[in-house]
Write a protein that binds this ligand. Structure first.
Ligand code: CDP
Ligand code: MG
Length: 162
């Protein structure tokens, strides 16, 4: 892909689906001019989650994270744009909503801290996952989607947004 075009993996977590704010979150990604290339709703099974969070499987918070991520379905997506990995993380904000800046998805729609989550023995419910690095994005897209599920179309505003 040219022009620093990248694809990144995004998942709206079960709290976003259950709170009925998926549209508002997708709107924020969409209005940035990035292109939605794939989308589906599914409940993640043990194996998929283990692979997705392979770097966290052995950590203390994994049990709570697994419970959280399997509370209900997630909405898995692929977004494409110029430096999409970094740009989506910027819109998402810091991991703990308490630290996430106003204007970010986690900062505007949640307020949970690590301390509070740990004291309750629960995961930090922070609405959304987004790949942290380009190589992570490529692995995660391949894990969650078949190549044929990724659509290749052009947004009509492409001339203005990249
Ligand atoms: O999602 P992000 O890349 O910002 O953070 P991470 O460090 O890769 O952690 C993955 C997810 O695990 C977070 O988004 C939280 O939902 C959860 N987590 C947690 O519940 N408690 C922690 N101490 C750290 C992470
Ligand atoms: Mg991460």
């Amino acid at each position: 892909m040219t022009e620093h075009l990248e694809r990144t993996f995004v998942a709206l977590k079960p709290d976003a689906v259950q709170r009925g704010i998926t549209g508002q979150i997708i709107h924020r990604l969409e209005r940035s001019g990035m292109r939605l290339a794939a989308i589906k709703m599914l409940t993640a099974d043990d194996e998929l989650l283990k692979k997705h969070y392979s770097e966290h499987v052995d950590k203390d918070f994994y049990k709570g994270l697994k419970e959280f991520m399997q509370e209900g379905p997630v909405i898995a997506m692929v977004w494409e744009g110029v430096n999409a990995v970094e740009n989506v993380r910027k819109l998402v904000g810091e991991t703990a909503p308490k630290e996430a800046m106003p204007g970010t998805i986690r900062g505007d729609f949640a307020h949970m801290s690590f301390k509070h989550a740990d004291a309750k023995g629960k995961a930090v419910k922070n609405l959304i996952h987004a790949s942290g690095e380009l190589n992570e994005a490529m692995e995660e897209i391949a894990l969650w989607f078949d190549e044929k599920e990724i659509e290749d179309y052009s947004r009509s505003d492409i001339y203005h947004v990249r």
